[in-house]
Design a protein around this ligand. Structure first.
Ligand code: EPU
Length: 440
């Protein structure tokens, strides 16, 4: 296993490019199952979650070819309709094959995902929505066995706003007989991107970007002749803007979309950062002290839970007391204890964290618990004095393409090193430039 080593305390300056959004790429890759033919997708991020998804599609009989700037997927034949436990346990988003497999094959066998580090994460709304469309389910041996003998339109209201739940149900509705109206649908930009992709392969969806999706089922979908470009990753973008905030730097993220980061930019401005934007870039610059702020996570367009951990690192360095409320997941403050080990002053209940900003953080060995918690710890390491080691970085590889390379490009002293390499003195001293090159 590898870990990330950071020598912090350097203000980061420069420009880096956003990758495609993980949470749009995964459902769109899976949505290709709905339309026989050869699909071409561009701006797909190179992540372990992308590899898991391609290998899942391969197991269903749909091979893929990864080119320099696009992925080709051949979904002419779906030979199997099962996503077993060994696939779903690696990546919860695998459950997204349920809707497309039911719509295309009339039958699907998908392992029931368990909870994960951030919460219990039930999928009752996925099943309820698909049942409204005429699907039937039996649960046995940890598997969901689904049938869709008569997939038909329905008027369905989600009890809670769910991103992948909306995606699963909309992917089945596009091939259902008749009209579906999906109410209280998630409005996240990644859901919008999936719907736009579905339209590009022949689906009829109205209300895209609102909380009510009206889907006119069609008998068939076809792979589009033109490639589809995945939207930029707003969470990755926000994370790099936070890197400028915590180091007192000046970072411009290009190839992004300021229009889908409104709530995050508002919080960074409240924290004392100067934010400027263009059509496809965002610049974050901090010259003065960080100021405290209050933020509550909520479905889009409000502040995303996927930026909560990173903003906690910003709050840890602010000049006063900040408050962060998490309303989406019940266990998403795992990074707080690790930040405390780096000198942060904070306490929290299961949903509210109060953070008293400190003058500086100190490097330490810390353990990543999930993807965004890992990003928060990397940010803390960039701001801290001395060396930080972030362990269990496989979480980061699931969601941040070339994180180390991108941060090095804006001046960070950061590298990856095998976990097995131990240097007892490493946490007490800094690294010389050649030593750092050796681990990069
Ligand atoms: N929920 C239910 N029942 C359901 C589905 C969801 O009660 O059937 C609850 C959840 O327990 C949670 C809330 O609804 O309290 C929202 O969960 P949601 O279903 O929206 O989450 P998700 O679809 O499983 C996606 C992202 C997450 C992101 C959340 C919230 C993907 C692949 N994952 O998860 O991304 O945090 O939406 O925006 O799109 C990440 O990228 O780090 C990540 C965790």
């Amino acid at each position: 296993m590898e870990k990330i080593v950071i020598e912090g305390g350097t203000a980061l300056h420069g420009t880096l490019r956003a990758s495609g959004a993980k949470n749009a790429a995964l459902p769109i890759l899976i949505a290709t199952l709905l339309a026989p033919g050869e699909h071409r997708l561009t701006n797909v991020p190179a992540l372990t979650d992308t590899s898991y998804t391609l290998s899942l599609l391969g197991r269903l009989g749909c091979p893929s070819l990864i080119g320099p700037d696009s992925i080709r997927l051949d979904t002419t034949r779906v030979a199997f309709n099962e996503a077993p436990y060994d696939v779903v346990r690696k990546m919860r988003a695998s459950v997204l094959v349920l809707g497309p497999l039911l719509a295309r094959c009339g039958e699907a066998h998908v392992s029931l995902p368990g909870g994960c580090a951030i919460g219990t994460r039930p999928i009752d709304q996925h099943l309820k929505g698909l049942e409204a469309l005429g699907c039937t389910f039996e649960l046995s041996g940890g598997m969901i066995h689904g049938r869709a003998d008569d997939l038909h339109g329905a008027d369905f209201t989600f009890d809670v706003v769910t991103v992948t739940g909306t995606e699963n149900v909309v992917m089945a509705a596009v091939l259902a007989r008749g009209t579906s109206v999906l109410r209280n649908a998630a409005m996240e930009p990644e859901v919008v991107d999936l719907c736009n992709f579905l339209v590009s392969i022949g689906a009829r969806i109205e209300g895209i970007g609102t909380d009510t999706l009206t889907v006119e089922g069609v008998p068939r979908l076809w792979a589009a002749s033109r490639p589809y470009r995945i939207l930029p990753d707003r969470i990755e973008t926000g994370t790099y803007l936070c890197a400028a905030a915590v180091t007192g730097g000046d970072i411009t993220v290009t190839g992004t979309d300021p229009g889908i980061l409104g709530s995050v930019l508002d919080v960074l401005r409240a924290a004392g950062c100067e934010i400027t934007t263009g059509a496809d870039w965002i610049r974050c610059r901090r010259t003065g002290p960080l100021t405290p702020f209050e933020v509550t996570t909520a479905p889009y367009p409000d502040f995303p839970t996927d930026m909560q951990a990173q903003l906690m690192t910003v709050a840890a360095l602010a000049n006063g007391q900040s408050r962060i409320e998490e309303t989406i997941f019940e266990n998403r403050f795992m990074h707080a204890a690790e930040l405390r080990r780096m000198g942060a002053s904070l306490h929290h209940t299961s949903s509210v964290a109060t953070i008293d900003g400190v003058e500086g953080l100190q490097g330490a060995a810390v353990m990543a618990s999930d993807l965004r918690a890992s990003a928060a710890l990397v940010l803390a390491g960039l701001a801290a004095t001395g060396l930080t080691e972030v362990l269990r970085i496989y979480h980061l590889d699931r969601g941040y393409e070339n994180l180390v390379g991108k941060l090095r490009g804006v001046g960070a002293r950061i590298g990856r090193v095998s976990d097995a390499v131990t240097d007892p003195g490493a946490m007490k001293r800094s690294l010389s430039a050649p030593e750092f090159e050796a681990i990069a």
